[in-house]
Design a binder for this molecule. Structure first.
Ligand code: ADP
Ligand code: MG
Length: 596
């Protein structure tokens, strides 16, 4: 990923400078550290040490020590001049540039705002050079004994720019940004040994002989167990790294780490493409955690669009993004995504002996003896409704799926809990709980999607249903009529405030009553103006037609739901991203009963 640049440092000509995205790169301690680590990597360092000292309120000193190729004595003062770089000579070199730096700005900007000491010695020179620069002026320069490599010490940070100093966040925030910068370098450069010390205390060490996966496990052991490895290749693009199990999600994209050709970047479009691969596996407005190493022809990548080089442009981007989405999707489909009960949740499952003895618990037992709230008594009508719902999803599954493989091995059905959860076990002896509504909802949703793809969307009702709507609903109906038609509803004005429904989506079934049709259409109308109408309609229809929670099922019906679920593409969550399957592994059961 890196290439060692050993050409001379020179000042870029005006024309080249004009073609390079200009702007401030040193906003805070973390950005200084980022620029200096990049320089060390560009210098071919195998070992990079970051030492940070802080006062009570702020970062007081940054020191970066590398064992890279150093700077020849004669070129040291040049390194601190604006637009001085050894990495490119002309704007054309930008197309083939494989180094992290190329603007020749970082050292100049840092020297302008702080007190900087550099000690550097290249291989082959007998002595090193020490230079002290403050506020952009060289205060001292001379020969000094030094190991091969470069050490930069930055003190009195932002002393020339008190305004910027004021904009810094609390010490804790600045330090956390700083350590995440270092963490990201550890991940994307597992072959380099990084050490990070804060006030003399070792905070992060990566041993430089690791793979990305090993670094991930070392840095974030808790998260690493929830990460799935991903790998793909297509048309000269290669993608490698880790994406999170749908259980591990965040509210923003901050934990999606991406390196393109060794350069860490931030791209809402790439993050969006990764998110897209999760589809309904995670709730809307949530994002997975990911660490992705992407490699492609450098000629396709333009890093010169933002001064911090954090953004890039990629040619043929939509094809590239599609590849990412499909690779993420395939990876998720290959893995067992059932939600497992982690050992940390165990404490909630074990009641402490003293609470078990107390009266409050015995009265609780009493309450539990009576039917749970929301549980409907088993009745013939209830049985018939369930039977019809299951028959609909069964019939419509068969043609497409009888040839397909189930997504999980068959389970032994045990029974139903709280008229809501199906209890089962697998061959390995794990205990499996399935939410009957969420599971059937997933089945219906998949079916609906398939029908939408195949175009067998709508079915005529034997007897058209006439519904009345409020004036505001009528207004929306007129507006959304064609959208509704795309979803499978054939609906037309019938009289004042009444509309006639002649066709409904196939998944709703023929015997659907007017109440239900009205409920779904009204639901669409209230949520219908959002851009993802298609999606919300599918979810609504899937939900409406699914077996409800609180309905008592026969063993055959329970088995049927599990079997239908096993043939869906993404059985582990419902279309809203909630889990359908929770498993207690046999090992965990043994732990719970202290058999281990
Ligand atoms: P850029 O990295 O864009 O070239 P910088 O201002 O960061 O610009 O650095 C200027 C030059 O100083 C680099 O091109 C490189 O030749 C030299 N340099 C900076 N840091 C180091 C280092 N740690 N080891 C060797 N050379 C360095
Ligand atoms: Mg640089």
């Amino acid at each position: 990923m890196t290439s060692v640049s050993s050409t001379r440092i020179r000042i870029l000509d005006g024309e080249t400078v004009n073609q390079i995205a200009a702007g401030e790169v040193v906003e805070r301690p973390a950005s200084i550290v980022k620029e200096l680590i990049e320089n060390a990597i560009d210098a071919g360092a195998a070992q990079i040490t970051v030492e940070i000292s802080s006062s009570r309120k702020e970062v007081s000193r940054i020191r970066i020590i590398d064992d890279g190729h150093g700077i020849p004595a004669g070129e040291v003062p040049l390194a601190f001049l604006p637009h001085a770089t050894s990495k490119i000579q002309t704007a054309e070199d930008l197309n083939t540039c494989r180094t992290l730096g190329f603007r020749g700005e970082a050292l100049a900007s840092i020297a302008a705002i702080a007190y900087v000491t550099m000690v550097t010695r290249p291989q082959g020179e007998e002595a090193g050079t020490r230079v002290i620069i403050s506020g952009g002026e060289v205060l001292e320069q001379g020969a000094i004994g030094a190991p091969v490599g470069t050490t930069l010490t930055i003190e009195e940070i932002f002393f020339t720019t008190p305004a910027r100093r004021k904009f810094l966040k609390s010490l804790a925030t600045e330090l956390s940004r700083l350590s995440s910068v270092i963490e990201v370098f550890c991940l994307f450069y597992p072959e380099i040994t990084f050490r990070y010390l804060l006030n003399g205390q070792e905070k992060i060490t990566s041993h430089g002989t690791r793979t990305l996966g090993e670094v991930l496990r070392a840095l974030r052991p808790d998260e690493a167990v929830q990460m799935l490895s991903i790998k793909g290749e297509d048309h000269g693009i290669s993608l490698e790294g880790y994406i999170s199990h749908p259980e591990l999600i965040k509210q923003n994209t901050q934990r999606i780490l991406i390196a393109v050709n060794g350069r860490m970047i931030v791209s809402s479009r790439i993050s969006g493409a990764i998110r897209g691969g999760y589809g309904t596996l995670i709730p809307s407005y949530s994002f997975p955690v990911a660490v992705l190493v992407i490699t492609l022809d450098p000629a396709r990548v333009d890093a010169n669009i933002h001064p911090t080089k954090r953004e890039i442009r990629i040619s043929d981007e939509s094809e590239f993004l599609k590849f990412i989405t499909s690779t993420v999707k395939e990876t998720l489909q290959r893995n067992d995504l059932s939600h497992s009960v982690s050992v940390t949740e165990r404490s909630e499952l074990i009641q402490s002996p003293d609470t078990q003895m107390s009266d409050s618990v015995s009265s609780e037992y009493h309450v539990r003896m009576s039917p749970l709230p929301g549980v409907h008594e088993a009745s013939l009508a209830g049985y018939r409704t369930t039977a019809r719902q299951l028959r609909q999803s069964r019939l419509q599954m068969e043609p497409a799926d009888s040839a397909g493989e189930p997504r999980f091995p068959s389970l032994t059905y045990i029974g139903q809990v709280a008229a809501t959860y199906l209890l089962a076990s697998n061959e390995a002896g794990d205990l499996i709980l399935i939410d009957q509504h969420a599971a059937h909802e997933r089945v219906r949703y998949d079916q609906l999607k398939r029908e939408q793809r195949e175009g067998t969307l709508s079915q005529e009702l034997l007897v058209p249903v006439v519904l009345s709507f409020s004036p505001s609903e009528v207004h929306l109906l007129t507006e959304l009529k064609s959208d509704l038609e795309e979803e499978g509803f054939h609906i037309e004005p019938f009289g004042k405030d009444t509309w006639c429904v002649r066709g409904v989506p196939v998944v709703l079934g023929r015997s659907e009553d007017p109440e239900a049709i009205k409920e779904i259409i009204s639901g669409i109308l209230t949520g219908g103006q959002e851009s993802r109408m298609h999606e919300s309609v599918s979810r609504l229809v899937a939900c409406r037609g699914a077996v409800k929670a609180g309905v008592i099922l026969t063993p055959e019906q329970g088995e049927e739901i599990i079997s239908q679920l096993s043939y869906t593409a993404e059985p582990y969550t419902c279309p809203h991203g909630r889990p359908t399957i929770v498993s207690f592994s046999r090992v965990k059961l043994e732990e719970l009963f202290r058999r281990r």
